[in-house]
Design a binder for this molecule. Structure first.
Ligand code: G1P
Length: 270
C-alpha cells in the first residue's frame, strides 16, 4: 500500500513489462502450453493484460502469446496450498508447474531455471521438485526453508521443509524460490493440510506431509547469475525495477550511466 490499492501487485511494471508478463514469458520459454491463472478479488487487470488480442496491443507476436490461458478464482486468501488445490481438475492427473506471480526468476543462461526443474522432475519423478535459493540467515523467517538430505549440490533430495522458521530453528539457508513441479499426489496432501504459521494453508506444509509419508522431494538450486526478484515489498520491488531497467535493450546502457552519475553525485554531497 498504496501502490496496489486499486491494482494487483502482479501488474506492477518491472522494467517495461508488468511482473506477470515476465512470469508467463518464463513459462512459455520452459515449454509450457496451458496456464491456469488463479487469482482473487481485484485482480481482473491481469486477465485483461494477457488478452493478446485486446485493443491497443501493438506488441509484436511473442512466444507467450501462444500460451492458452484459463482463469480460476480463489474467493478468499486462505493460503498457497488452498490456491493450488483449485487446480486439481485442470491438472487432470498429470504433473504440473506452480509459478508464483510475484516472483520473477532471472537467469543469464538461455535455459530458464524452470526448464531445468522440469528435466530433473521427468528424469527422477519425485513427488515434487522445488527451486531453491540461498538467502541471508537472518531472512529465513520470510520463506519456506528446506532441510537437505546429505550435501546440497545443484540438485539434491530433502528430508524436511518448514515454512517461515526462526533463524535459530531453520534447517538451512536454502529458501523456496516460487517455482515448483508437482505430482498430482499433492492434491490429496493439501486436503489433509492444517492451517500453519499465520493461520494460512501452506504448500510447504502439504509437501512436508508427503515427505513424512516417505515420498521423495528434489530441489534444483539457483546457479550463479540466477536469482529471484520479489515484487512483494518495496525494497525488493525497487531493486527488481532497477535491475530489469538496466537490462532494457533500448535504454539499459543509458540507465546504467545515469545511475552511476546519480550515485557519484550523492557520494560527493555527503
Ligand atoms: C511463499 C511460500 C514460501 C516461499 C515464498 C517465496 O511465501 O510459502 O515457501 O519461500 O513464497 O517464493 P509468501 O511469500 O507467500 O509468504
Amino acid at each position: 500500500m498504496p501502490a496496489t490499492r486499486s491494482q494487483p501487485k502482479e501488474m506492477l511494471p518491472v522494467g517495461r513489462k508488468p511482473a506477470i508478463q515476465h512470469v508467463v514469458e518464463e513459462l512459455a520459454a520452459s515449454g509450457l502450453r496451458e496456464v491456469l491463472l488463479i487469482s482473487g478479488q481485484g485482480k481482473r487487470a491481469i486477465e485483461d493484460h494477457l488478452d493478446r488480442d485486446a485493443p491497443g496491443n501493438e506488441e509484436e507476436h511473442q512466444p507467450w502469446m501462444d500460451l492458452s490461458f484459463f482463469h480460476a478464482r480463489q474467493s478468499q486468501p486462505r493460503g498457497l496450498a488452498d490456491a493450488v488445490g483449485i487446480a486439481e481438475p485442470f491438472a487432470g492427473g498429470q504433473p504440473f508447474v506452480v509459478a508464483l506471480g510475484d516472483s520473477i526468476l532471472v537467469s543469464h543462461s538461455r535455459q530458464p531455471v524452470l526448464k531445468r526443474m522440469i528435466d530433473v522432475h521427468s528424469r527422477e519423478r519425485p513427488a515434487a521438485t522445488i527451486a531453491v535459493e540461498e538467502v541471508p540467515h537472518e531472512a529465513v523467517n520470510r520463506y519456506g526453508i528446506v532441510a537437505p538430505r546429505g550435501e546440497a549440490g545443484s540438485v539434491f533430495p530433502i528430508q524436511g521443509f518448514v515454512e517461515k522458521p526462526s533463524p535459530s530453528e531453520a534447517p538451512s539457508d536454502l529458501a523456496a524460490a516460487g517455482r515448483y513441479v508437482l505430482e498430482p499426489a499433492v492434491f490429496d496432501a493439501i486436503k489433509r493440510t492444517k492451517p500453519g504459521v499465520q493461520g494460512e494453508l501452506w504448500l510447504t506444509d502439504a509437501l512436508q506431509l508427503l515427505l513424512a509419508e516417505g515420498h521423495e522431494i528434489m530441489c534444483v538450486r539457483l546457479r550463479k547469475g540466477e536469482h529471484r526478484l520479489d515484487i512483494g515489498n518495496f525494497l525488493t520491488y525497487y531493486q527488481a525495477f532497477v535491475e530489469l531497467s538496466l537490462a532494457d535493450p533500448e535504454h539499459g546502457a543509458a540507465m546504467r550511466s545515469w545511475l552511476r552519475k546519480r550515485i557519484a553525485r550523492e557520494v560527493k554531497t555527503k
